[in-house]
Design a protein around this ligand. Sequence first.
Ligand code: PLP
Length: 444
Amino acid sequence: MNHERSRELYDRALSVAPGGVNSSVRAIQPYPFFVEKGDGGHVIDADGNRYLDFVMGYGPLLLGHDLPEQVQSAIQQRAAEGPMYGAPTEVEVELAEFVARHVPSVEMVRFVNSGTEATVSAVRLARGYTGRDKIVIMQGSYHGAQESTLVEGEGCHTSPSSPGIPESFAEHTITVPFNDPEYVEGVFENHGDEIAAVLTEPILGNHGIVHPVEGYHETLRDLCDDYGSLLIFDEVITGFRVGGPQCAQGKFGIEPDVTTFGKIVGGGFPVGAIGGKSEIVESFTPAGDVFQSGTFSGHPVTMAAGLETLRYAAENDVWEQVNELGAQMREGLTDIVADRAPEYTVVGSDSMFKVIFTRDGASGENHCGSGCRQRESCPSYDACPKNGADVDRAETERWERLFWPAMKDQGVFLTPNQFESQFVSAAHTEADIEEALEAYKEAL
Ligand code: PLP
């Protein structure tokens, strides 16, 4: 594969952008390929190489790179009519109505511009609403580049995980192992009256993928109810991907108090959103007194892209289609892993998938890949990672050899980080999945 042009571009980028990129995970060594354009389920790089794309922009591209006519024309029309106004538009009301109609716990929505902004605002909302400071988060979860959740350590013994964050932020953050009900119960026994919120991804999508075991989210729900804390589901990845338009909370039958969205809800444009019961979300200014504001929030082009993407998905059985492709991928990978690398595990559900290079915390048969979280009905329940620590033991250097060059050189683009989810889109075909599986077989 020729990468001359990408190499040149990376050299140029290194002199004008820190690390040559605008998001750290994109800085693949020795150099990333630069994308020229997308095409259905593929991307084409600056040297004309074509790759099957399972990064899909890190999740926003439910429909892939070729947007259907109705989505494209809505975006183009909005952009042609002047990109934004600093005044409300009908399309933001329509998108909020769509979200409130489909997501069980959501009555009202505030749109922002990124998943990070959504989680920052949700934490402020919970603190303002409850009058408390502490938040509980899961070890191995990711909630964007925000001060309160960029922490390391366990329980109350946390410190910032990045220079530039004052210790005092971490003082208010308690970390707990995902899927450990006794641990979080203990935290509430000691600190329940100080806890503003439990913030969790319904499925850890940035560190695994790790599914909740049966009853875990129910425990979090009960604890929050008992102690007057808010349960915040960070559905930035899972929103409008896992569980279709009802999102992961619909799939698991749990109603959080507050939900954060991003990625798919903006149809590929910068977006975030905070949704929940009116009584809580109306604490945001100007209805309430918890400050929240933004020049670009509810941007008309983004709102149009998100609304038409979700409408198209609902009208065209897109979730069924992508979930079937996801199942085809996970089943195929499970067979390949059983044959070629039985020490590894296939994880994911709906249209999310990943091979993790560990079976620590795992035993017995290969994971079935269904994400069913049922101890009784899943013959391979024990093979699933249950928390961030199980995943941390993965052989990350093997992943680095697999995704790049082994898969990239066969024309398959996977997420550079061992822990981050990959996605199938409606633009992929069964033949694309078979092609990717052949490449995995070869690489493994
Ligand atoms: N929350 C979760 C669960 C995420 O996966 C991400 C990003 O991947 C974020 C928050 C942050 O979103 P953004 O990158 O749009 O700021």
